[in-house]
Design a protein around this ligand. Structure first.
Ligand code: ME8
Length: 517
């Protein structure tokens, strides 16, 4: 382990519904990054969780006629169950209703209040319950609806506490300009810089208790509870136990990465750095934003349109590892991505036919033509060149910092190398080489190239498909724990090892699975 500490967070998700494909995607992404950094020897702290306060949760509890405790227990468990099923390994599952978090929210509010940065005033504005945010007319679509929730916000007029944001606008603009990698990808950076061209409205950080019932009581005025976004954003530091544990904060905050979709960039890229500044803290290291997964035709997935994809059902059909791979492979870098069950099944078949097939063929060829032993042979220069170039590309998938975040391109590297190796088999025709005693070395060399290619692919996919990777490497009798990541991509490490019988990594989908629901 080296001495780099990395902190990865996902948004904390609203409880008021079943976790869906979008929640699955972001949390898979975080898990892939975590595993990649860990392979590089870094120490990672990865958090996800649920946002349990606010009007939306309150309304759902009323509708369900449940107690708050039962609701939180049952609904947060749905998220934990899904993440387990997806093979997601987090260090902390944040729940904003837990006393540890609520205590820290109060401490932070008190600090900002004591610094004289909070004012009280009457405000009238349009409030979208879905976003739990006040909206400007310019934020709404042509029907006056919130573009994310397709509902008209309601006008609310009340006295509240505010954190003025305008005094920080120039500072934030400069910060973003001086740190071009802070918001990724850069299209969202431009969007935020555009928002910062206009004066910033004061951020309302309280809600009167007589209107909103679920939340953290404001420590300096008990008639109010904390605005859900102020409460939720604090999770990123309460998870590190700040302000009570400076050591933890110093260890993880300098290399903190927040992952989210484009719907919540304003709270994260404007409110949050300003809240941190008001608390005397620096912005997070990096904000990684992705687009939306939408239904075919670009429409939002909804039950009424029948285009919702249930991540649990998908895992039952294609397995967790393949589902993880397919999702990150399909997701566009800079735009929304259309998905349907058929699109997912097609991507699955592509994975099975290239990578899955290569693995199976390779093991079978070694079994048949060298009694299942990875051969001991000096490669000729063209085979050597081929293996070295694969090693270089696959190594950079895990080690080159600019590639680490581009997971979609990394999955294409996996496809590309698998196709090249499949083509190599077709060209070399080991079944014909085996018929000619004079070409025995060429046969062994071919088998060795294949085993090395598959071994390195098995390592490179490990953050995305951890179980599949484990199966492949075990069947090649290769233990990743035996060597450093750099050494894993040098050749000669697997010779003389006996391979174990391969299994079908990605079974053919049966008709029942592929029928649209
Ligand atoms: O906003 N495609 O919670 P939330 C891709 N509690 N990702 C999607 C998606 C889609 N169609 N839909 C949702 C909240 N997501 C707040 C966050 S954080 C301090 C508080 C993912 O349940 C994506 O990560 O609405 C998005 O940003 C997040 O879920 C919103 O989750």
């Amino acid at each position: 382990m080296n001495d780099i500490n990395t902190y990865i967070t996902t948004p904390i998700y609203y409880l008021n519904g079943k976790p869906h494909l979008g929640h699955a995607y972001t949390t898979i992404l975080g898990d892939i990054l975590r595993r990649t950094f860990e392979l590089r020897g870094e120490n990672v702290f990865y958090t996800t969780g649920t946002d349990e306060h606010g009007q939306k949760n309150f309304d759902t509890i009323q509708k369900l006629n449940m107690t708050f405790e039962d609701y939180v227990k049952e609904y947060s468990q749905n998220f934990k169950n899904l993440f387990k099923k997806l093979g997601i390994d987090y260090d902390l599952f944040v729940q904003t209703s837990c006393p540890h978090h609520t205590k820290i929210v109060k401490q932070c509010l008190q600090r900002v209040y004591d610094n004289g940065l909070i004012i009280k005033k009457k405000y009238t504005g349009l409030y979208c319950k879905g976003c739990e945010q006040f909206k400007k007319e310019s934020d709404l679509d042509e029907n006056g609806c919130c573009p994310y929730h397709q509902e008209q916000p309601v006008e609310i007029s009340e006295e509240n506490y505010f954190l003025p944001l305008e005094p920080y606008r120039e500072w934030l603009k400069e910060y973003i300009e001086n740190n071009p990698d802070w918001i990724q990808p850069s299209s969202f950076r431009t969007e935020i810089l555009n928002m910062l061209k206009q004066p910033l409205e004061d951020l309302c950080i309280s809600r009167p208790k007589n209107r909103v019932h679920l939340g953290v009581e404001i420590p300096f005025d008990t008639d109010y509870i904390t605005y859900i976004w102020f409460d939720a954003l604090i999770n990123y530091i309460s998870s590190l136990d700040w302000p009570n544990n400076d050591t933890n904060m110093c260890k993880f905050w300098p290399n903190s990465i927040h992952i989210m979709a484009k719907d919540i960039i304003k709270p994260h890229c404007i409110y949050w750095p300003i809240m941190l500044k008001a608390l005397g803290l620096l912005p997070p290291h990096r904000i990684m934003i992705h687009g939306f997964l939408v239904g075919e035709g670009g429409v939002k997935m909804s039950k009424s349109l029948g285009n919702v994809i249930d991540p649990e059902e998908m895992v039952d059909k294609i397995g967790a590892d393949a589902f993880r791979f397919v999702l990150v492979n399909l997701m566009n870098k800079n735009s929304d991505t259309q998905v349907s069950e058929n699109i997912i099944f097609n991507a699955y078949n592509r994975l099975a036919n290239t990578f899955g097939n290569l693995y199976f063929r390779t093991c079978k060829l070694i079994e048949k033509f060298n009694e299942g032993i990875i051969p001991d042979i000096v490669l000729d220069s063209s085979d050597m060149q081929f293996v070295l170039s694969m090693a270089e590309k696959l190594k950079s998938v895990l080690l080159d910092t600019k590639n680490i975040y581009d997971i979609q391109s990394n999955t294409e590297v996996i496809f590309d190398i698998s196709s090249k190796l499949n083509y190599y088999i077709d060209q070399k025709q080991p079944w014909n080489l085996a018929k000619d005693e004079a070409r025995h070395d060429e046969l062994l060399s071919t088998l060795y190239v294949l085993s090395e290619g598959v071994r390195m692919l098995g390592i490179a996919i490990s953050p995305i498909m951890p179980s599949v990777s484990q199966k492949i490497l075990t069947s090649l009798s290769f233990d990743m724990r035996e060597s450093s990541i750099e050494n894993m991509f040098t050749i000669n490490t697997t010779k003389f090892r006996k391979i174990q019988a391969p299994e079908i990594l990605f079974p053919r989908l049966c008709d029942k699975d592929t029928q649209a629901n």
